[in-house]
Design a protein around this ligand. Structure first.
Ligand code: IMP
Ligand code: MG
Length: 183
């Protein structure tokens, strides 16, 4: 049953799962010659996507995680990012693939990419499940994107509203008249 706070299901569970197979095939092809691949999930939004993606990734890889937060909180990204939890791994000379749920303003990823480049990985690419180009504030393109989405507030499959609704197995448009219902 669809969650009552969802105005419309934008991408179904089946569509997400099929797309993740396609994206995993891209990973397999892109890194077929890599012997030191590290997938980095940005916590917490990337978790469902990363978990689904690696089911069909056949190239050897390790996982690591990073938590960043923008000052001020809220639903608007400010671009002032703080690394709340850094990687466990040294990424020097590794092939690094950053895994993200959505690119909106582009501020999060452009800042993290600049930070990680200073650590001199062998290569650094970004894969995102969703891209919301209408939100862009800086020039940033992921190397691989699952779905291009409209200018709406989305929840589910990792995307949250006040840390809730990440668990939905589909991606939906949040019904803003229900904003006060989510604590
Ligand atoms: P940006 O590209 O720096 O603006 O930020 C991307 C981050 O903003 C994502 O990792 C999400 O956490 C969050 N975000 C952007 N759009 C949405 C949305 O529609 N719903 C939920 N979170 C979003
Ligand atoms: Mg996020």
């Amino acid at each position: 049953m669809t969650n009552p706070r969802i105005k419309k299901v934008l991408i179904t569970r089946e569509e997400i799962e099929a797309k993740c197979v396609e994206l995993a095939n891209w990973v397999n092809e892109t890194y077929k010659d890599s012997d030191d691949l590290l997938l980095i999930g940005l916590l917490k939004g990337s978790v469902p996507f990363l978990a689904q993606l690696i089911k069909d990734v056949t190239v050897d890889h390790a996982l690591d995680f990073m938590t960043v937060s923008s000052f001020g909180g809220g639903t608007v990204s400010t671009g002032n990012l703080k690394i709340v939890m850094d990687l466990k791994n040294d990424i020097f000379n590794k092939d690094v693939l950053l895994v993200e749920d959505i690119v909106d303003s582009g501020l999060t990823l452009s800042t993290i990419v600049a930070n990680l480049q200073q650590r001199k990985p062998r290569s650094l690419k970004v894969i995102t499940l969703l891209d919301k180009p209408s939100g862009r504030k800086v020039n940033f393109e992921a190397d691989k994107t699952g779905f291009v989405v409209p200018h709406e507030f989305l929840v589910g499959f990792g995307l949250d509203l006040k840390e809730k609704l990440r668990n939905l197995p589909y991606i939906g448009i949040f019904d803003e008249t229900k904003l006060d219902e989510v604590k």
